[in-house]
Design a protein around this ligand. Structure first.
Ligand SMILES: [Zn+2]
Length: 361
């Protein structure tokens, strides 16, 4: 509704009780009732009484709001006034199929991938699946493609972070040997071998980066003695084709992003490839993604702090990030492990995650 000053205000309307509780809503859509509460969290103030409002009042002064997420979600940020909010969360269909109506908030990368995979049905598996078996000399159907395609998207990486790795899986990654406009087919890193997708998985100039990644994976709890470098580096799995946990997978995808960015730079600036630069860039990417995760937790917490609702992150959240450090389920604060801190610090990428204004209590 619009107040006397013409500003938009939000509230929760109860038709049975004929009341409106005014809400305070922050930029991220988190809302809390505007009311003082007693130590038990019960409101001391009373809501607006709407029993004497007539129909015109409703039409002139109020409108519905859009929220983000399914009604069953424990937590649904307010997107804005329904008439002025686009896109709305509700009511999306895919390929004209009206039997399945989605919410945008449901459309995680995983789900979009499933939808796109289903759309591809009938035309068979993509060529890249067969080709990877060939170049790695694997028996047909060795690679668990279903699991690998579904593993796209981690809580630490964005679609942009995963793009290089995604192209690699599809064998659509840029290599100079496929570039007619580039005078040489020699690897941009070592300058000796033909640059192919496979060569980039074991170029000797990449060795230092590989050792750093293996050290990082060990710190993240991966048993590297049970790794086949090719399988881990290309597909994100261990030597038994079992998917690595989400955090190590995120690191490997960021590593592909960092590696490609450096190779592009080498070509553009006509310099020599330095593995140290890739390591530095990878460390800073990884640190910034952890920081972003930490900040989103913090926002979550700030949104709930004055709410009457008691709020804790689910235990699964702590398990998910256990390899990074300890997550306080109440405050959302993540204390990263000493080893990981040291690893990032050595690359000048360490940020004191908890130094950013931590809320008192
Ligand atoms: Zn090379």
């Amino acid at each position: 509704m619009v107040d006397d000053d013409g500003d938009l205000q939000y509230g929760i309307y109860s038709s049975t009780e004929a009341t409106i509780w005014q809400l305070s809503v922050d930029n991220s859509g988190f809302s809390t009732p505007v009311a003082r509460t007693d130590p038990d969290g019960d409101p001391l103030d009373t809501p607006f009484d709407t029993s004497d409002w007539d129909e015109n009042d409703w039409e002139n002064y109020t409108s519905k709001v859009s929220r983000w997420g399914a009604p069953s979600a424990s937590f649904r940020p307010i997107s804005g006034e329904m008439a002025n909010t686009f896109p709305q969360d509700e009511g999306w269909i895919v390929d004209g199929n009206e039997d399945e109506v989605y919410r945008l908030s449901q459309l995680s990368i995983n789900r979009v991938t499933k939808i796109l995979t289903a759309r591809r049905k009938g035309s068979g598996p993509p060529n890249c699946e067969k080709k990877w078996h060939e170049v790695l000399f694997l028996l047909p159907d060795t690679i668990p493609w279903k699991i690998i395609w579904r593993s796209i998207g981690t809580f630490l990486t964005s679609p942009a972070d995963e793009k290089v790795w995604w192209c690699l899986l599809h064998r659509k990654m840029y290599v100079v040997s496929h570039d007619a406009k580039w005078p040489s087919d020699k690897c941009r890193a070592c300058g000796r071998h033909r640059e192919s997708i496979l060569h980039l998985t074991d170029c000797n100039r990449f060795r230092k980066v590989k050792l750093w990644i293996l050290e990082a994976l060990t710190i993240l709890g991966v048993d590297t003695s049970n790794l086949s470098w090719h399988f881990a580096w290309i597909f994100g799995v261990d030597s038994n084709w079992k998917l690595l946990p989400e955090v190590p997978r995120a690191l490997l995808r960021l590593a592909w992003r960092a590696f490609m960015a450096d190779l592009t730079k080498v070509r553009r600036e006509k310099t020599i490839y330095k593995p140290e630069n890739t390591i530095k860039y990878l460390a800073s990417l990884f640190a910034s993604r952890i920081l972003a995760y930490q900040e989103s937790n913090n926002l979550f917490y700030l949104g709930r702090r004055y709410s009457a609702l008691k709020f804790h992150l689910p235990r699964s959240a702590a398990n998910k990030v256990a390899s990074l450090g300890e997550l306080d389920l109440h405050s959302g604060e993540l204390t990263i492990t000493v080893d990981l801190r040291g690893l990032l610090d050595d690359q000048g990428a360490w940020t004191d995650f908890n130094e950013s204004p931590a809320p008192a209590n």
